[in-house]
Design a protein around this ligand. Structure first.
Ligand code: PLP
Length: 380
């Protein structure tokens, strides 16, 4: 059966060009980048080229880029590493209630170590309130971490305004840009970003490799002890093939960003037009400041587990709008935060469009949904 994939916020397929660049680093150029002979130097060189590509893509300096194992590690390292380096200055951190668990749980862990964390609420579209942010700041605030774009509802936060407020108060600003890379043009200098997390598998690169930008003027303490890799900031033998893949993937993503967004916006518009044939639906989140491929939609009087099971029978992959763990679907913290009732959240799915989707895929998706929703509602 043909697979129709609409879950690009969960992960993406590795692009062919990316795979091609990675292949030589498995069996031919397999040297350890720390080794002094030519085979090792080849790996080191490949890492440096990738570092340059990442830096160029976000207007950072190469020496401000650190490779990690994933977005989760980048989030952990930036929050914990920065918090610990500035502990003498203060112990207060500000974030939002709709962050990814990598941020929320890093904050929980820091709270256990004596830091204080303020979790800002969001409005019905998922935006933080800038006045709330200003009010939350006190003399102990050392770090603000607000995601660039939300993974469930696609909301794009007002990053430049947030960074301005942070800097007026001499506070470091980190953003989880895992969903934003390839979708939003990022210039860390213009946008005033001090630290930024990314993950290759969210932009057609391989799984298991991420990167972290930390401005040269920001201090951070490593959280993993070991060798001298990554400027003494992230120990462990580098995932050379993965890093090469990340570099190639971000280069492509940046080159294609305009066409990519246009394509996804057109497809989304088409979906939103066609989906109107189904009654009792609701689109969640803002439609303006939103990732172009994100659709978060509630089908009233249904439940998402059944929708996903039935779509899967037709080869369609979508995600629950609610966090799913061990087969059990709980109400998502993001949907609760934007005020969705449990009943409506239960019938919510997330559709995230990507490169390989076509109008024909959308037709198939909408036709399938129409049939499935009708049947589910009859059974209810
Ligand atoms: C996927 C994701 C992460 C985690 O990245 P991994 O590489 O899967 O660990 C963090 N933040 C956001 C917003 C994400 O979407």
């Amino acid at each position: 059966m043909k697979i129709r994939y609409f879950d690009h916020a969960a992960t993406t397929a590795v692009a062919e060009e990316v795979k091609k660049e990675m292949l030589p680093y498995f069996c031919e150029n397999y040297g350890n980048a720390s080794s002094l002979y030519d085979l090792g130097k080849k790996s080191k060189e490949a890492i440096n080229i990738a570092r340059g590509k990442v830096a160029r893509a976000i207007n950072a300096k190469p020496e401000e880029i650190y490779f990690t194992s994933c977005g989760t590690e980048s989030d952990n390292l930036s929050l914990k590493g920065i918090a610990k380096a500035y502990r003498k200055k203060g112990n207060h951190i500000i974030t939002s209630v709709i962050e990814h668990p990598a941020i929320l749980n890093s904050c929980k862990s820091l709270e256990n170590e004596g830091f204080r964390v303020t979790y800002l609420n969001v409005d019905k579209n998922g935006f933080i309130n800038l006045q709330d942010l200003k009010n939350a700041i006190n003399k102990d605030t050392i770090l603000i971490s607000i995601m660039m774009a939300n993974n469930e509802i696609g909301t794009i936060e007002p990053i430049e305004e947030i960074s301005k407020i942070a800097h007026q108060n001499n506070i470091i600003f980190h953003t989880d840009a895992v969903q934003a890379i390839g979708n939003i043009k990022i210039d860390v200098r213009k946008m005033g970003i001090d630290a930024l997390s990314m993950s290759a598998h969210k932009f057609y690169g391989p799984k298991g490799v991420g990167a972290l930008y930390i401005n040269e003027n920001v201090k951070f303490i490593p959280i993993q002890d070991g060798g001298h890799q990554e400027f003494d900031k992230r120990a462990g033998t580098e995932n050379v093939a993965g890093i090469v893949g990340l570099g190639k993937a971000i280069e492509i993503a940046n080159n294609e960003i305009l066409d990519y967004n246009k394509k996804l916006l057109d497809l989304r518009k088409y979906f939103l037009q066609r989906i109107k044939i189904i009654p009792y639906i609701q689109i969640n989140g803002d439609l303006e400041n939103r990732l172009s491929g994100n659709i978060n939609i509630s089908f009233l009087f249904t439940n998402n587990k059944d929708i996903i099971t039935e779509l899967n029978k037709k080869g369609i992959c979508v995600s629950a709008g609610s966090a799913c763990s061990s087969g059990e679907i709980r109400t998502s913290h993001v949907l609760s935060a934007i005020g969705l009732s449990e009943g409506i959240a239960r019938g919510t799915i997330r559709i995230t469009l990507g490169k390989e989707n076509t109008k024909e895929d959308i037709d198939y998706l909408v036709d399938s949904l129409e049939e499935i929703i009708k049947n589910l509602r009859i059974q209810m």
